[in-house]
Design a protein around this ligand. Structure first.
Ligand SMILES: [Zn+2]
Ligand SMILES: [Zn+2]
Length: 374
């Protein structure tokens, strides 16, 4: 928890979901910190709310956000005998469908919605064609939909039945370093980083609302295009259907998010409703530095020795990537790193889409611009 707090402040994050709060050990770790408001724990400068994913029927992942520890415990009581690994696995498997999960959440006053909704293995749109198809009558009370790493709001706003839903750009982290933490994040307008304020913001009540979705470019996701899960060759939708989703190498072709969205889409172009915030694509600063100086690993010493002074000078990654004036960045970073940040801001980084389970990749453009431009 303390490590997470340090990493979050370097990244510029004030509120996180703890994840895995159905797990007894992790839950008591979270609960050992000061509860500063309903369902909100404080670790250093970081606020932590109670969240968990469950894997329910048809391998669909649902995200739950709880208002209190007793709500978590009530939820476990309801679903406990439908799961064999609830005390062992951070993301337990539960033999319940979407309607039953939603009902259990409603019963304990928790918020619910689909996780990484477009992922072709473990998500709502792999099996269902709509929120209603998944949650039945309780689809009206869905608080959010997680876009997942391979989709953005341009994709999801081509689907008419999602127009009223709040989109979340969440990412999970298995390590607290800023490279891993908050690869995607949301910015909300709210009074303070607490669960009650978050609930209002998700429901867009009392002036609270999401104001920015920040995500990886969807092309970098593992399932952006349809591709073979063995040899990673990419296929167009028609070609994949022709091959009956079998690659000549013998592997299975996994349907990519782009093709799934094309199937579900009501419109050829996105139609953003008035409440939809801007979606900003972001690439971790260390990855941009690694590309700029030509090293493979963003966590290498060479990349980190250039990352640290930028964070010291500007406070956090988001300031460097999005907000700070380029001439100030140029006074701290060497020219090739400045070029790379500039290319990122201008949307000139070249993206090679992922597919079949292999992440996409990014490459810097081959058009050096003059330093005078800063
Ligand atoms: Zn999941
Ligand atoms: Zn193949």
């Amino acid at each position: 928890m303390e490590n997470l707090s340090t990493g979050a402040s370097q990244k510029g994050i004030q509120l996180i979901g703890c994840s895995d709060c159905l797990h007894p050990v992790w839950r008591s770790e979270v609960a050992s910190h000061e509860e500063v408001d309903e369902g909100t724990y404080r670790v250093g400068d970081l606020s932590v709310v109670l969240t968990a994913e469950v894997e329910a029927a048809h391998k669909i992942h649902h995200l739950l956000i709880f208002p209190s520890l007793s709500s978590v415990e009530g939820f476990i009581e309801i679903i406990g005998d439908r799961s064999t690994n609830i005390a062992k696995d951070g993301r337990p498997n539960v033999k319940m469908d979407g309607v039953e999960i939603a009902q259990a959440a409603v019963d304990v006053d928790a918020l619910y919605g689909p996780c990484h909704a477009f992922t072709p293995w473990t998500a709502m749109y792999r099996f269902h064609d709509s929120l209603e198809d998944c949650y039945g009558d309780l689809s009206d009370r869905v608080s959010y939909l997680e876009l997942g790493l391979s989709a953005n709001s341009d994709y999801a706003d081509r689907i008419q039945h999602l127009q009223d839903v709040t989109f979340l750009t969440n990412s999970d982290a298995h390590s607290p370093v800023p490279l891993r933490l908050a690869r995607e994040f949301n910015r909300f307008e709210m009074e303070e980083p607490t669960f009650p304020e978050l609930r209002k913001a998700l429901h867009r009540e009392g002036g609270r609302k999401p104001v920015l979705n920040v995500g990886m470019p969807p092309q970098e996701g593992k399932y952006n295009e349809s591709g073979c899960s063995r040899c990673f060759v990419h296929y167009g939708l028609e070609q994949a259907i022709e091959l009956s989703w079998r690659c000549p190498c013998g592997g299975r072709i996994k349907k990519g998010v782009v093709d799934r969205v094309n199937e579900l889409a009501s419109w050829p172009e996105p139609r953003h409703p008035g409440h939809r915030p801007e979606y900003v694509s972001i690439i971790p600063l260390a990855q941009i530095i690694a590309m700029a100086i030509g090293v493979k690993s963003p966590s290498s010493k060479k990349a980190m020795s250039r990352w640290t002074p930028l964070i010291e000078a500007f406070g956090d990654e988001v300031s460097v990537l999005v907000d700070s004036p380029m001439d100030e960045i140029a006074s701290v970073a060497e020219p090739r790193v400045v070029h790379a940040i500039r290319a990122f801001r201008d949307g000139r980084v070249i993206l090679h889409p992922g597919g079949g389970g292999q992440y996409g990749s990014a490459e810097l453009p081959d058009d050096p611009i003059s330093l005078q431009d800063y």
